[in-house]
Ligand binder design. Structure first.
Ligand code: PLP
Length: 949
């Protein structure tokens, strides 16, 4: 046996555990288990054709060598992406720390108070810098945030505007090109008409419901939008502003000008460029629009004892509830990056941010002055960090590249230069010497920066920001390190125990996969750098696309979508383009089973499709007769079926090939939601079951950490006939010959974290991938059998097996007064994060252990579940004061002088023996959702100010 094989590190159960596990399940081999789980007709006949698995050491060398093919130039390209300094204390204690990056979206608030506070800091930072009233916990990128702003403004049109179908949206020609492209994609299917033009000549006609402006403009010109926004507001046109977050430390924020929405990226707040992402976009708006706001909002509430507690607010807005009435499909966002950006503001404080903004402005001002001195014309009359210079672009480009410098070449005679936090006086001198040598002049060497402001006095920010304590006290590294640790300790992550969230695949995020992200050869490349400077990336990304093609059985892949839900939307837009290319403009019906994830109908609605829900049988399977009936009924307009496989019920339905055939027979395409791909890899694939397109959640199946709610990568893989329609990018073209416009802002989405999945696949190889799938099925079926007799598993395959996850029935416990939430909270006392609660079936738990958990951990979890089952048995309907209802138990409760509960302290907090040795303490009692929604507070103001009276 090769003891250095990565598979041995990735897969939890040891060889010696296998027999015992198989015995519990009642099969004599893994092959037999897989046979009993997966329909025979969809089994792959041959192993995946992939390169041999690398060891961790081999991969480290390989990726270092590949990274050396990336050329790290000084990039002054701008367009929303800037070189940034990641404070070392944040890099080491958050970005590289599994305590932060392996956490899940904070649905279980009581064991997530740390990241909830960090995100609240982020929201506070966004609210105050933009001058708005509320902000969310991040969006995917600036382009999609702008599209969400458009969708929100469309949604909140006045009654008259809706009646008269007022559908025009004005887009300033100063908007970044990639943002415009994302808006184009997003507007058409929902019936919004974009009108691109000059905001200075806009006529404010009643045909418009909204407008979007860029602040500062795409090549750096700073406009005063006060009059525009005032006039628009008078004309019932609501204005969104895409704003540079750093500029807002020194420029008047759009909120103070009357903007309805402010969006942008927080990348330059200490997030690496990463060749396009991941970065946290921000979205801020007014209170009155809170119910239409996309994404997640963290809010302040109280716990059972009335103490301050944080939790996700207003969840009824989300697509899980709204389904096809949703205006946004955001699920996974960019939480880890928002935590980092918020912590950057904590690290620098208001003075530090102002200092950086002023410095960047002074660099630009100095450069502008000096370039004018040597005969260049700088055409931005007001600017923050970006200047536009008239020059011979070709000549300058040649010299700049020799000096390892990138500018943005607007046209043959105009060059934009965006300066950033990393720029030094030496860099300014290099830029000057480049321009001097291009026109044969001699530039003087500068030593100090100009102090003159190059924007109108009226636009200088006068309001204060970030006055709250948290932004003003953690400025020594000792203090910040401890603050970060204090928050981390409140959160349960994979470095404490299994997080068996069904559908979310919380597997190992191996250190060997993560390490390369910290290397400048990978993280310091601008997304619009010339391709010849990103050869390492190009090679890695195309190899990853190839690997994913092999795994899915498809012909082409785009890595652009930044989440699974964005993948769904991308896939549906590709299907739409395909139908249109054949003259089938009317095909707009999407069949979606009732058990589908909420993002499915929400994405379909975003793609302009009409959702027709198909029935589920008693046994959890798709009702094939109902499906056939509806496919035939809608045959003329059928666009597609969206289907999850194995199903969200954790079963490989054997009718799958029949189902996909019915759709094809009626002119539709089959979209497979690939969230459950962890049960397929190496055993079957979407192409084999008859799908035409699928998304993959690289942050589930392919080992990208969940980050507390993002980043995600949701590539779509498509069959040959759909390849021509894969999305492009307006700056660096990508995609097929008939490409749809951009889905995300960056050409390859969140390229940096694609490294993780590339490492995962490269180190496992064909055998390791298949084995991972087999062990995922093994672990799930082991839990299923261990819990048999204690909990009923709702659905199983024809031979009684689960796929990689299973749903436990918890509804009958209501007779004992116990809700599924009580079980979820009680698990915290046992040191575990709850499985998925109430998806896809309300009142149930869905468990997915993944292949990475070992036998001891599975046993501890089963012991906890069985112990809880006994506690349920002892409960009665009238009993509101028991160990389940009062859970989770905090250290404060246990150590209080009075103990008035009808059970012992030991029963409360140490009910099983294994707990004591590694006790995890929830830091608050149950968070009160309703209270927080009635009193929405989503910034760090002290709660006393908002107490219900
Ligand atoms: C996770 C999930 C999604 C959405 O993926 P995100 O990356 O969170 O946008 C869609 N469908 C299913 C079944 C999922 O489990």
């Amino acid at each position: 046996m090769k003891t250095d094989a990565f598979a041995l590190r990735h897969i939890g159960p040891r060889e010696t555990d296998l027999q015992q596990m198989l015995k519990t399940i009642g099969v004599d081999s893994i092959e037999r288990l897989v046979y009993e789980t997966l329909p025979d007709d969809i089994r792959l006949k041959a192993p995946l054709v992939l390169n041999p698995a690398m060891t961790e050491y081999e991969y480290a060398n390989h990726i270092a060598e590949l990274g050396s093919k990336n050329k790290v130039f000084q990039s002054y390209i701008g367009l929303g992406y800037h070189q940034a300094i990641v404070p070392a204390v944040i890099q080491r204690n958050i970005f590289e720390n599994p305590g932060w990056y392996t956490a899940y979206t904070p649905y279980q608030a009581e064991i997530a108070q740390g990241r909830l506070e960090a995100i609240l800091n982020f929201q506070t930072m966004v609210i105050e810098l933009t001058g708005m009233e509320i902000a969310n916990a991040s969006l995917l990128d600036e382009g999609t945030a702008a599209a969400e702003a458009m969708a929100l403004l469309f949604d909140v049109r006045s009654r008259d505007q809706k009646k008269n179908n007022v559908n025009k949206f004005f887009v300033s020609e100063e908007l970044f090109p990639q943002t415009l492209s994302v808006l184009e994609t997003r507007s058409a299917p929902i019936g919004v008409e974009l009108v691109v033009g000059n905001h200075e000549t806009f006529d404010f006609s009643a045909e418009f419901f909204g407008a979007i402006l860029q602040y500062p403009g795409k090549f750096g010109q700073v406009y005063d939008y006060t009059a525009f926004i005032a006039k628009a507001n008078e004309s019932e046109i609501k204005v969104a502003v895409a704003a540079d977050i750093l500029s807002l430390a020194t420029l008047t924020p759009p909120g103070e000008m009357g903007a309805a929405v402010v969006v942008g990226t927080t990348q330059r707040f200490g997030i690496p460029l990463g060749y396009g992402g991941p970065h946290a976009a921000y979205f801020a708006t007014k209170e009155e629009f809170k119910r239409s706001m996309p994404g997640r909002i963290i809010g302040v509430t109280i716990d059972t004892d009335g103490n301050r507690a944080l939790r996700m607010a207003l969840q009824t807005r989300e697509q899980h509830i709204k389904r096809d009435k949703a205006t946004s499909n955001i699920c996974t966002a960019q939480v880890l990056l928002s935590v980092m950006a918020g912590m950057y503001a904590v690290f620098h404080g208001p003075k530090g941010l102002k200092y950086i903004a002023n410095k960047v402005h002074s660099l630009a001002a100095t450069l502008s002055n000096e370039l004018e001195k040597i005969g260049y014309d700088q055409i931005n009359t007001a600017f923050f960090d970006t200047i536009s210079v008239k020059a011979d672009a070709k000549k300058v480009k040649a010299i700049a590249e020799q000096n390892q410098v990138n500018f943005y070449y607007i046209d043959e005679h105009t060059i934009a230069i965006s300066l950033n936090e990393t720029t030094s006086i030496a860099d300014i001198n290099t830029i000057l010497s480049i321009f001097a040598s291009a026109n044969g002049k001699q530039a003087s060497t500068i030593e100090i920066l100009s102090e003159v402001h190059h924007f109108p006095e009226e636009l200088a920010r006068t309001s204060t920001f970030l006055q709250h304590d948290v932004f003003n006290k953690h400025h020594s590294e000792t203090d910040l390190m401890r603050y970060i640790k204090k928050l981390e300790r409140k959160d349960l992550s994979l470095n404490h125990s299994m997080i068996s969230l069904g559908s979310c695949t919380m597997k190992l995020n191996a250190a060997a996969e993560m390490l390369p992200l910290s290397n400048a050869n990978w993280n310091n490349i601008h997304p619009f750098a010339p391709l010849d400077q990103a050869q390492g990336y190009q090679e890695m990304l195309s190899k990853l696309e190839e690997q994913l093609n092999v795994i899915t059985g498809f012909a082409g892949t785009t890595l652009q979508p930044n989440s699974g839900a964005q993948g769904e939307y991308a896939g549906l837009m590709v299907i739409r383009a395909y139908h249109q290319s054949r003259g089938d403009h009317h095909r707009n019906v999407a069949l979606i089973p009732s058990s589908a994830h909420g993002t499915n109908p929400a994405s379909a609605a975003m793609a302009g499709m009409k959702v027709v829900v198909t029935k589920t049988l008693e046994n959890g399977n798709i009702d094939v007769d109902d499906l056939r009936e509806k496919a035939i009924e809608h045959a003329a307009d059928l666009s597609c079926l969206m289907i999850t496989y194995p199903s969200t019920h954790g079963v490989f339905e054997s009718a799958i090939c029949e189902i996909t055939q019915i759709i094809h027979d009626n002119g539709g395409q089959v979209y497979m939601d690939g969230a459950n791909m962890n049960a397929q890899v190496g055993l079957t694939n979407p192409a084999t079951i008859g799908a035409d397109v699928c998304h993959l959640n690289l942050h589930k199946t392919f080992a990208i950490p969940h980050g507390g709610g993002g980043p995600g990568v949701g590539p779509i893989c498509v069959a040959e006939h759909l390849v021509p329609f894969l999305p492009t990018n307006p700056v660096i073209p990508t995609g097929g010959e008939n490409a749809i416009t951009a889905i995300s802002a960056a050409p390859w989405g969140s390229a940096l974290v694609c490294l993780i999945s590339y490492g995962y696949i490269s180190m496992l190889g064909a055998d390791g991938l298949k084995e991972s799938t087999e062990y995922a099925i093994l672990n799930a079926n082991y839990i299923k059998e261990k819990l048999n007799g204690h909990y009923e598993t709702l659905y199983s395959g024809e031979m009684g097996r689960a796929a990689h996850e299973m749903i436990l029935e918890c509804r009958p416990f209501k007779q004992k007064g116990i809700e599924v939430t009580d079980i979820a909270k009680r698990l915290m006392d046992y040191g575990f994060h709850a499985p998925t609660v109430s998806f896809p079936v309300a009142g149930t738990l869905m468990i997915e252990p993944t292949e990475s958990e070992n036998l001891e951990e599975l046993d501890r979890f089963c012991d906890a579940m069985i112990a809880i089952r006994k506690e349920i048995e002892a409960s009665t309907l009238e009993d509101k004061n028991n160990v389940l209802k009062n859970s989770p138990h905090t250290l404060a409760m246990l150590t209080a002088d009075v103990w008035n509960f009808p059970y012992t302290r030991e029963q409360a907090a140490f009910p099983l023996e294994y707990i004591a040795e590694n006790k995890f303490w929830p830091t608050v009692r149950r968070a009160d959702d309703a209270y927080g929604d009635r009193n929405l507070v989503c910034s760090c103001a002290p709660i006393e100010a908002y107490m219900e009276n």
